[in-house]
Design a protein around this ligand. Structure first.
Ligand code: NAD
Ligand code: AHE
Ligand code: ZN
Ligand code: ZN
Length: 368
């Protein structure tokens, strides 16, 4: 079949909207009509050329929601008409990672997915016979896409696609990092570096679990109002204090119980660790840093009890946890609507990247 898609031909260039050839689903695969997709900072990161795994030409996008249209041989967990959210972190339920309760990082298809290919090592997308790569196993910047069955969470049918697409990455990443990975206890002081599409979800996750102080850090003061609405109790603009780490220590009576880095900057990652409380403070890296970047700190920071760790997709096991997060949204436990500041058709998808870079949007959603 043919479908409309936004193609990333090369790093640093705008996406090009074109008609693409799409082969049908093979064994274990599913054809999905994407109804809506968010644009995450990670899409911009890969498009910029900073992603060591970035390869072109590719169809980016990993934050979608849609409807199953066709299933390949052997597919049993979804059927045509089912509403689904694509999972860049799949859940096969049988690999050694899925069987280990300490991780959500299913590795069943990780190597081909990282190379922009389906599990059999080929692409379903092409133009004029030349293959176009998949991205993060999802390619939601295409109206129709093919995914492995294990990379689809089946969700309830009364949930609106243009909101729950955000659960495909940003919402789950932020709320899940608090609830599933850090397991923040009620009353804990939490510091959130970066109040964008991820950080604001960390803030609402912290409020949901009953955190004490929730301190937001951002250089963009336009984020203050929305962050307060989502549960931020205190705000610091790093440009307005002499020493950010000391300012956080003062506000938290000695340091954060938990800090979350939601920027992707190795300098703020260091600050996020060093603002943690001696003896027990944990810093969780969510932000993705560019090729060649490295983090550093004095090992004494760790010797004296601070913990440095990371979180991918909020520690969520997608097929199991994503339907629950859709319920949280439908039950009013989490707010998604107010974070979606812009919607646009696929033809205008480059505007979503411009709005993000200008700090004007929290989340843009493309509606097909
Ligand atoms: P975003 O652009 O919406 O938000 C980033 C925020 O950081 C903005 O508000 C910006 O003003 C702020 N910021 C930038 N530089 C700053 C600085 N020096 N000090 C303080 N604030 C600063 O991005 P997003 O969509 O929220 O994504 C955030 C990061 O999380 C990105 O690196 C993205 O790739 C990553 N991410 C990781 C995962 C994961 O599973 N680990 C999932 C999604 C996104
Ligand atoms: N490809 C990059 C790393 C990118 C990355 O860290 N991706 C996150 C999800 S970001 C979603 O917006 C992730 O889940 N990582 C785990 C994984 O297996 O990719 C690089 O540095 O090579
Ligand atoms: Zn993302
Ligand atoms: Zn697995």
């Amino acid at each position: 079949m043919q479908t409309r898609a936004a193609i990333a031909y090369q790093a640093g260039a705008p996406l090009v909207i074109e008609t693409v050839d799409l082969q049908g689903p093979r064994a274990g695969e599913v054809l999905v009509e994407i109804m809506a997709t968010g644009v995450c900072h990670t899409d911009a990161f890969t498009l910029s050329g900073d992603d060591p795994e970035g390869a072109f030409p590719a169809i980016l996008g990993h934050e979608g929601a849609g409807i199953v249209r066709e299933v390949g041989a052997g597919v049993t967990s979804v059927k045509p008409g089912d509403h689904v959210i694509p999972l860049y972190t799949p859940e096969c339920r049988e690999c050694e990672y899925c069987l280990n309760p300490k991780t959500n990082l299913c590795q069943k298809i990780r190597s081909t997915q990282g190379a922009g290919l389906m599990p059999d090592g080929t692409s379903r997308f092409s133009i004029g016979g030349k293959p176009i790569l998949h991205y993060m196993g999802c390619s939601t910047f295409s109206n129709f896409t093919v995914l492995p069955e294990i990379a689809l969470a089946k969700v309830r049918e009364d949930a609106p696609f243009d909101k729950i697409c955000y659960i495909g990455c940003g919402v789950t990443t932020g709320v899940g990092a608090v609830a599933f990975d850090a397991k923040v206890e009620p009353g804990s002081n939490v510091v959130v570096f970066g109040l964008g599409g991820i950080g604001l979800n960390v803030i609402q996750g912290a409020r949901m679990v009953g955190a004490g102080k929730i301190i937001g850090i951002d250089i963009n003061e336009d984020r203050v109002e929305i962050a307060k609405k989502f549960g931020m109790t205190d705000f610091i603009n790093p440009k307005k204090v002499e020493n950010l780490v000391e300012a956080i220590m003062d506000l938290t009576n000695g340091g954060a119980d938990y800090s979350f880095e939601c920027i992707g900057n190795v300098n703020t990652m260091r600050q996020a660790l060093e603002c943690c409380h001696k003896g027990w403070g944990e810093s969780i890296i969510i932000g993705v840093a560019g090729a060649g970047q490295e983090i550093s700190t004095r090992p004494f920071q760790l010797v004296t009890g601070r913990v440095w760790r990371g979180s991918a997709f909020g520690g969520a096991r997608g097929r199991t946890d994503v339907p629950k997060i859709v319920d949280w949204y439908m039950d009013g436990k989490i707010n998604i609507d107010d974070l979606i500041t812009h919607t646009m058709p696929l033809d205008k998808i480059n505007d979503a990247f411009d709005l993000m870079h200008a700090g004007k949007s929290i989340r843009s959603v493309v509606v097909y």
